[in-house]
Design a protein around this ligand. Structure first.
Ligand code: PLP
Length: 377
């Protein structure tokens, strides 16, 4: 037998960890409900299995950016309430209405959503989005009254239902900053305007993962959690474990080759690394085509219980670690190599790779490419 060749390189997704994290976040959010954010293939973890696990563990909503992502979940038989919030003029609003997908609406979408509802002979379900300070999508405070007024008119005509009102936070990962207070105040104001106009939404939602964990005043009826569900910390100075979260993705492969080289051996394109003494080099068959950032030289790889930094440039398919002079040449050929995992036994984490690449943990897991098979445990 031996290892399954399809799994020689894999992102192992621990669905128990997903369920644990959803329960942890639901606890923090209670009595507010949980929307599991599964956009971008569940931040690289696999949208359909993650959505199912999240719903099992108590999430009652799902959230994605694009209607196409929502339709993928519906096609897999997932019928939970599901919101898609980022659109273009060619987005398929008709398919969203037909599939019972809730549509985020910042303003310009309204006429198209109503046209789709007429065509489908079915009321659209919409969530009105207000920009409370992030400066991305959502109606500005100046256009909010008008959007609410128009939505109420269409609702009265039976063409749509305003199921939700929402906004998104800009600095919730930095709890000491004052802008979150301003966003909460602006959100309350927008809600009051909508209520005065006769809107009675089922769900009002503002919080992301950091706000769910640190700001109960942002919870309202529903929190939208992504990062925390994947077990990663949104806070600079706090680890997953300190937050009671378990990282769900392990990126692993097998050492593809081991060889003894003399002192002064150059390694990888540009020859920016040279061995200081006679050493054993181990070849790791992962590279930037797998989504490992090319700039992350120095990122950690654990082999046989010890963690080594990547030396030389990360290439498209491969990278190299220097096992040093003690390792016997062929001894670790075929050994398991872990780039990151749950960190529970001091092993490398996505946070370590984020530091090596000068980015955030969100990007490290999300960018692991489709070339790496996902294996669900
Ligand atoms: N809500 C919206 C609108 C988002 O775009 C995102 C992700 O960026 C989230 C919620 C989830 O954020 P987080 O992953 O920090 O929980």
């Amino acid at each position: 037998s031996g290892p399954d060749p399809r799994h020689e390189r894999s992102a192992v997704i621990d669905l128990d960890a997903i369920r644990h994290n959803v329960r942890r976040l639901a606890d923090a959010a209670s009595p507010a409900k949980v929307m599991a954010v599964v956009k971008a293939d569940a931040y690289g973890h696999g949208a359909v299995p993650v959505a199912r696990a999240a719903l099992q563990a108590g999430a009652s909503w799902l959230g994605v950016a694009h209607i196409s992502e929502a339709l993928g979940l519906r096609a897999a038989g997932i019928d939970a309430p599901l919101l898609a919030w980022l659109h273009t003029t060619d987005s398929n609003f008709g398919a969203a209405v037909a599939a019972g997908v809730d549509i985020g609406c910042s303003g310009w979408e309204l006429e198209r959503i109503v046209a789709a509802a007429r065509e489908q002979e079915r009321p659209a379900r919409i969530h009105l989005k207000v920009d409370t300070g992030l400066g991305r999508n959502g109606a500005t405070p100046e256009t909010w009254d008008r959007l609410v007024g128009e939505a109420v008119e269409y609702q009265d005509q039976g063409l749509l239902r305003v199921v939700g009102i929402f906004s998104h936070l800009a600095v919730a990962d930095e709890p000491e900053r004052p802008e979150t207070d301003q966003q909460v105040a602006a959100f309350r104001e927008a809600l009051a305007i909508a209520e005065d106009a006769g809107v009675d939404p089922e769900v009002r939602h503002l919080a992301n993962t950091p706000a769910t964990l640190s700001r109960p005043d942002t919870h309202f009826d529903l929190v939208r959690v992504g990062l925390g569900m994947y077990g990663l910390s949104p806070f600079e100075g706090q680890t997953s474990a300190e937050l009671g979260l378990r990282p769900a993705m392990t990126l692993r492969t097998l050492v593809s080759q081991c060889k003894e080289v003399p002192a002064g051996q150059g390694v990888s394109y540009g020859l920016h690394y040279r061995t200081r003494e006679a050493s054993t080099l181990a070849l790791i068959p992962m590279g930037y085509a797998d989504g490992v950032p090319r700039v992350a030289t120095g990122g950690p790889v654990r082999v046989a219980g010890k963690t080594y930094p990547v030396v030389g440039r990360i290439a498209m398919d491969q990278m190299v670690i220097d096992l040093g002079p003690e390792a016997s040449g062929a001894g670790l050929h075929g050994a398991e190599a872990e780039l990151f995992g749950d960190g529970s036994d001091g092993g490398p984490t996505a946070d370590d790779w984020a530091r090596a690449a000068g980015t955030i943990n969100y990007e490290i897991v999300t960018r692991i490419s489709p070339r790496v098979p996902r294996r669900f445990i």
